[in-house]
Design a protein around this ligand. Structure first.
Ligand code: KIV
Ligand code: ZN
Length: 513
């Protein structure tokens, strides 16, 4: 039997550290459920000691998810570890992930600790964590830039204290595949008790090498766990992307000879969900999940694929969850057909009230748009008026006038709690006028960091527009998403959705101290 490669997803922790990618509890839960459907082995759900909000997210995910191990990050100190254990309490399978920097640079400049102090703290904190749970991962932060002799000393000690997984982060994305693979191999060969732990890779993508480095860590270094994120989400240039690493191992099983438990047909739905939730758009030519990943434009390629698929295709689009813009429902579809399609798409709405709200939205959309695609349904259930997200601001109506050569004008009605507002404004364009009208009443002073529009289904102007707005206010960055066949309405919805998040004051602090 082939050995298994453990897939550890950190979209909800390291991915979320990306500025602008922070998520609400409901959003994190929705993504955790999708990761469970994807059958990832370990979900790193957050960093409980970083904020009360993150603590609550980890707690909710640990209660909801049964098929994947739920992991919580902690700095190597008793308070963080206790907080992580508390958040994970009651979960079916749980892990505490400790990290402590070991590179000379980080120890001296960031931690202001001597190597001996770091060694002692690594040992004592692992012992403390092992007394709380049987599954403990230890990460020497900036491990790849650490002195190998010191790293051997620390890692041998934490394995002796009971660490069950040793993760070697390339925190700043500095590694080169062959060098990283050999670095890991060297550690495993020199540490006498290395066979008592599973070895793991955690690579950042600053040089665009995160996937290559992770694969080298597996093949050369003997790692049996890969840490990764959906769409490669993460700080700076991101993390190792789950879809790429998984499909490389699966497509080239002849070379890697490893088994993975992932249900690849859930990859594209997971990619869409993460992109819609965070507002981080997937580039069209991104491997596996990009809109063009399976599109053959050249005549020679098209001809070849029609004659024999494998002339130019090494994977099948449907195997990773592409459903080719299927028309699934229309104006006459009933509640049962709608409910069934939700189930087939793996969407679990919490209550009958949510299903009713989603169905009402669906009917409204079907009156305006003849064909409803899976993508439309996914966008519809992201709407805060469908899910149980807190919705303080709500769009009631919008009209705008624009004419070539004239300055556009918009009138917007929206509610803020129980109060109804009517606002008007001019603007450079109809979107600008609509958002200025809202701002003229609320005067939030929020700064817009991003505005983007995408067609939900490609290839037609009949598609709904999906707008993402990223706002910053009082040190917080949030994303709002809105969808509608009218992009001006979608923009107003996205703007109000972002304001709802700012209004809900979800607490977050920087993840790494
Ligand atoms: O990149 C890193 O070093 C990390 C650790 C916390 C594992 O994310
Ligand atoms: Zn990281």
């Amino acid at each position: 039997m082939a050995e298994k490669l453990i897939i550890f997803d950190t979209t909800l922790r390291d991915g979320e550290q990306s500025p602008g990618a922070s998520m609400t509890k409901d959003e994190k839960l929705r993504i955790a459920r999708q990761l469970e459907r994807l059958k990832v082995d370990v979900i790193e759900a957050g960093f409980p000691a970083s904020s009360n909000g993150d603590f609550e997210c980890v707690k909710a995910i640990a209660h909801a998810i049964k098929e994947s191990t739920i992991c919580a990050l902690a700095r190597a100190n008793d308070r963080d570890i206790s907080r992580a254990a508390e958040a994970l309490q009651g979960g079916k399978a749980t892990r505490i992930h400790l990290f402590l920097a070991t590179s000379a640079l980080h120890m001296e400049k960031k931690l202001r600790m001597s190597p001996d102090q770091v060694f002692e703290q690594a040992k004592l904190s692992t012992r403390f964590a092992r007394n709380l749970t049987g599954d403990v991962e230890f990460s020497p932060e900036d491990g790849y830039r650490s002195d190998p002799d010191f790293l051997c000393r620390v890692l041998e000690a934490v394995i002796n204290e009971g660490a069950t997984t040793i993760n070697v982060p390339d925190t700043v994305g500095y590694a080169i595949p062959e060098l990283y693979g050999n670095f890991l191999l060297d550690l495993r060969q020199r540490i006498p008790n290395s066979d008592k732990a599973v070895w793991s890779v955690h690579c950042h993508n600053d040089l665009g090498l995160a996937v290559a480095n992770s694969l080298a860590g597996v093949m050369i270094g003997g790692a049996r766990q890969v840490e990764c994120t959906i769409n490669g989400l993460g700080e700076r240039a991101g993390n190792c992307s789950l879809e790429e690493v998984v499909m490389a191992i699966r497509t080239r099983r002849d070379y890697f000879g490893l088994d993975i438990g992932i249900d690849a047909t859930q990859i594209v739905p997971a990619s869409r969900l993460v992109s819609q939730t965070t507002g981080f758009v997937v580039q069209p030519n991104k491997a596996v999940v990009g809109a063009n990943a399976f599109a053959h434009a050249s005549g020679i390629h098209q001809d070849g694929v029609l004659k024999a698929r494998d002339t130019y295709e090494i994977m099948r689009a449907e195997d990773v969850g592409w459903s080719a813009n299927k028309i699934v429902l229309g104006k006459l579809s009933g509640r049962n057909a709608f409910k069934l399609r939700l189930r087939e798409l793996g969407i679990e709405l919490e209550s009958e009230a949510e299903i009713n709200a989603a169905f009402a939205k669906f009917k409204e959309l079907a009156d305006r748009k003849s064909d409803i695609f899976d993508e439309d349904i996914l966008a519809l259930v992201m709407d805060e008026s469908v899910t149980s997200e807190h919705e303080h601001y709500r769009l009631l109506s919008l009209s705008q006038h624009s004419e070539m050569g004239e300055r556009p004008h918009a009138s917007v009605a929206f509610s803020a709690g129980d109060v109804e507002h009517h606002a008007e404004s001019d603007g450079n364009g109809p979107v600008d006028a609509s958002l200025k009208a809202i701002e003229s009443k609320l005067a939030t002073g929020a700064e817009m960091l991003l505005y983007s529009v995408n067609a939900i289904t490609s290839g037609s102007t009949e598609s709904q527009g999906e707008v993402t707005v990223r706002l910053q206010n009082g040190g917080r960055v949030v994303n709002g998403v809105g969808a509608d066949p009218d992009i001006v309405v979608a923009s107003a919805k996205a703007y109000l959705s972002a304001l709802n998040k700012l209004h809900s004051k979800i607490e977050r602090v920087a993840a790494q101290g």
